[in-house]
Design a protein around this ligand. Structure first.
Ligand code: C2E
Ligand code: CA
Ligand code: CA
Ligand code: CA
Length: 279
């Protein structure tokens, strides 16, 4: 231990301390962020590739830190996952997104699905299905218009538990997606065992998608795999026309990405629903 201590000193840099204390400050502040109403939910449209229709919206949380401004979920979600705050934050996102979707339906827009991310810790609560059921009941949203996004990694952490929870969620009638597909375990056996509806191809595969035979081979295999298992396939992170055309030719039916729209405030998303851009 002494040895380690000495090594640490040798490598010590003042920035480390600054970084650590910044993280600590962020975490302290995170505890109060919910009651201070500093969170907001943004919505990113999911588009049907052939019709250009908006068929869903992914709910993405944002934190408006009073001093730091907008803090990205990439920074605070891992913190919240570690200290457990993700549970109340995630539940707030779930309720907010369901209520927003219900409001869109009440306003007369054709029904779409709202997709909510479930973190590992959230998913691993034994009563997750009844919590989801409660959020649906309280907001009056029909279960078929809620989609839950769960990563491969979350599922692989405990297969038996995941299997039971996914069945409970399926019984509720919600839609279930595998998020970040291709980045977690490469074992594919779990795919046929669980009641998924949709596969979201991780954006790392889409980002490099040019007219390169290797990239195309990989993404094409993922799409074929998804379809063979009767799943809808969504490509995430579509930024260019070229990527869109390639995905179209490979029969991917849905896309999400900056090419169509960045994540939007509820107000901007509502405006977009009023004036959907025809692509
Ligand atoms: P994710 O679930 O994979 O969400 C997609 C991320 O990609 C979002 O980042 C979105 O803004 C970004 N994105 C969408 N289209 C494009 C594109 O064309 N190009 C690029 N470069 N990026 C694109 P965001 O909102 O910063 O969220 C990052 C991650 O934080 C999410 O990844 C998700 O894992 C997590 N997250 C966000 N909101 C929540 C939440 O409410 N609950 C939980 N548990 N996690 C969340
Ligand atoms: Ca997601
Ligand atoms: Ca289902
Ligand atoms: Ca994703």
């Amino acid at each position: 231990a002494k040895e380690h201590g000495r090594n640490n000193y040798r490598f010590y840099k003042p920035e480390m301390n600054a970084q650590a204390s910044q993280l600590l400050a962020l975490e302290n502040r995170l505890h109060q962020a919910l009651e201070r109403r500093e969170f907001d939910v943004y919505y990113q449209p999911q588009i049907h590739i052939n019709t250009g229709e908006i068929i869903g919206m992914e709910a993405l949380v944002r934190w408006r830190h009073p001093e730091l401004g907008l803090v990205s979920p990439g920074q605070f979600i891992p913190l919240a996952e570690e200290n457990g705050l993700i549970v109340p934050i995630g539940e707030w996102v779930l309720r907010t997104a369901c209520a927003q979707n219900k409001a869109w339906q009440n306003a007369g827009f054709s029904p779409l699905r709202v997709a909510v991310n479930l973190s590992p810790r959230q998913f691993q609560q034994p009563n997750i299905a009844s919590r989801v059921a409660l959020a649906l009941e309280e907001t009056g949203l029909d279960p078929q218009y809620l989609e839950l996004e769960i990563t491969e990694t979350t599922i692989m952490q405990n297969l038996d538990f995941a299997s039971e929870m996914l069945r409970d969620l399926q019984t509720l009638g919600v839609y279930i997606s595998i998020d970040d597909f291709g980045t977690g375990y490469s074992s594919l056996g779990y795919l046929k065992k669980f009641p998924f509806d949709k596969l979201k191809i991780d954006q790392s595969f889409v980002r490099d998608l040019k007219d390169n035979p290797h990239d195309i081979a990989i993404i094409s295999a993922m799409i074929t795999l998804g379809h063979g298992l009767n799943l809808k396939v969504v490509a995430e992170g579509v930024e260019t026309r070229e990527q869109l055309e390639l995905l179209r030719s490979l029969q991917s039916e849905e896309m999400q990405g900056y090419l169509f729209s960045q994540p939007l405030t509820a107000e901007d998303a509502t405006n977009l629903l009023h004036n959907p851009l025809i692509k």
